[in-house]
Design a protein around this ligand. Structure first.
Ligand code: GLU
Length: 305
């Protein structure tokens, strides 16, 4: 639980968990807004976590710019910000827990060798030791995992067949995203995870780790990702909006509400940021969000940068 919120028994706890690899962009604003509004519409808490584990990808100062951007867009988080970089001990404990259940093995296969295919389990037979730092994989099961998403249709994945044993600690010694996210969501007592549908494919891995570590599974809702005209996800490299320098924060929020099919009143375009956020808090309807994996972003977010 974030400091400052101890002892608070809350039914709905949502979160926004950006990676500080750049400034906020239309895709991350959607994740912030959808998770914020769903939490507030349900009288919940909205926590902020900075996913700063992948040190080679971090951009100095991006975390401060994300925080300032959220404030400019009128989204105030509850409690203190949690940084993944402060949580190494918890990740290491979880690795030991999985190890004691004999669920882990060392692996020397390179990313190039695996090439996006389900991992075949080659190294599970090798008992690689401590000669050097290897990646660590968790053994998966053949049981199908069915995700009952709050927005998208049910999603079924057979981890063993579709993904294979996956990495929980990388060969460079960094803890993997799936492990950290699961431990932090449990630590912050997150009940609802609202995020982009590009992460849907990752969710069964996270549900599996929750099961193996004896953690509760939160509810998940995956909204359509914003893409360019060719179907590529809007990223920090393309479609980045500089929220801090824009003089039209209201228009950004309006566009995001519209993208999420919340049918914002057009007179909100002339309103203040606080008015738009207030309108969202009162009128947010999760079931209005399109049940689609992806939608093309509004034009003004395609031409930037
Ligand atoms: N930090 C991840 C990202 O920015 C999102 C984590 C999550 O929502 O599970 O893509």
């Amino acid at each position: 639980m974030s400091r400052g919120l101890d002892n608070l028994k809350q039914q709905y706890i949502g979160r926004f968990a950006p990676s500080p690899t750049g400034s906020l962009h239309f895709g991350s604003i959607l994740a912030a807004l959808a998770s914020y509004l769903d939490a507030k519409r349900n009288n919940g808490l909205w926590l902020l976590r900075i996913d700063d584990l992948d040190t080679p990808r971090l951009e100095p100062g991006a975390d401060a710019r994300i925080l300032a951007g959220l404030e400019k867009l009128g989204m105030q988080w509850d409690g203190d910000v949690l940084y993944q970089s402060q949580r190494h001990e918890a990740y290491s404990d979880a690795i030991n827990q999985l190890k004691s259940k004999e669920l882990l093995y060392n692996c020397h296969c390179t990313r190039k060798l695996v090439a996006g295919k389900p991992y075949s389990g080659t190294c599970s037979q090798l008992s690689l030791g401590t000669e050097r730092q290897y990646a660590v994989r968790v053994k998966t099961e053949a049981e199908p995992c069915i995700l009952h998403d709050l927005i998208q249709p049910d999603f079924k994945q057979n981890l063993n067949k579709d993904v294979g044993d996956f990495i929980v600690k990388r060969s460079d010694g960094l803890y993997a995203y799936h492990l950290a996210v699961v431990l932090d969501d449990a630590y912050q007592q997150i009940s609802h995870i609202i995020r982009g549908a590009d992460l849907m494919d990752s969710t069964p891995r996270q549900i599996y780790l929750q099961k193996m570590l004896g953690l509760k599974t939160p509810l998940y809702a995956h909204f359509p990702v914003a893409t360019d005209l060719y179907g590529a996800k809007i990223s920090k490299q393309f479609g980045a909006i500089d929220v801090l320098s824009t003089n039209q924060p209201t228009a950004i929020l309006f566009n995001a509400l519209n993208f999420l099919n919340q049918k914002p009143d057009s007179n909100l375009l002339g309103a203040t940021v606080d008015d738009v956020i207030q309108w969202g808090r009162e009128n947010w309807i999760l079931s209005n969000v399109p049940k689609l994996p992806a939608i093309i972003a509004p034009e003004e977010f395609l031409s930037q940068k």
